[in-house]
Design a protein around this ligand. Structure first.
Ligand SMILES: [Zn+2]
Length: 178
């Protein structure tokens, strides 16, 4: 933060105080060079997020639209409305914290898929089918294959190792040979 008197960028904070009901922080600083004191305010930036649609049109990010799409994908799964809202909260926070103010439908869609992937495979494939505009069974099969490949590549995925262990347990090596 530049000193308004000598333009030095070196200062030390003497005091920090929350103001506007926690919406901003007021800091009292002292310039290390000229020793003048000055005050700075720190605020959370909240700028609307713009979505660039496939046809190139722009519209502002619509949280309820995303929730509706996810509800459809999560129908008859164990994912609750509350969980969907929590995921959308996380996605929105992630977009807000980015330096970018514009995102393509693709970028947001992939972000949703990243979360659904951890939640439920059915919801994942359903959401992918709508947003990636699946045209036939081939697209579903490709997505499932891709999921499986990712699982195999992800050595940290405990479920995969559990599944492999279970498979090994049910078909002992000796049985396969004899
Ligand atoms: Zn100064």
């Amino acid at each position: 933060m530049q000193c308004p008197y000598c333009q030095s960028t070196e200062s030390r904070v003497l005091e920090s105080r929350s103001t506007e009901g926690g919406q901003s922080i007021r800091r009292r600083r002292e310039c290390l060079r000229c020793k003048h004191r000055f005050t700075t305010y720190e605020r959370i930036e909240f700028v609307p997020i713009t979505v660039i649609k496939r046809d190139g049109n722009r519209e502002s990010f619509d949280r309820s639209k995303l929730i509706r799409g996810m509800i459809r994908a999560c129908e008859k799964t164990e994912i609750t409305y509350k969980r969907i809202e929590a995921i959308v909260d996380e996605i929105e926070a992630q977009l807000q914290q980015s330096f970018e103010r514009e995102f393509t439908t693709n970028e947001i869609g992939e972000l949703v898929l990243k979360y659904l992937r951890q939640e439920n495979e059915v919801a994942y494939v359903r959401f992918a089918s709508v947003y990636r505009k699946f045209k036939g069974i081939k697209d579903f099969v490709e997505t499932l294959n891709h999921l499986q490949k990712e699982d195999l590549n992800n050595s940290e995925d405990d479920n995969i190792w559990q599944n492999l262990e279970q498979q090994n347990a049910s078909t002992p090596l000796l049985d396969c040979i004899s």
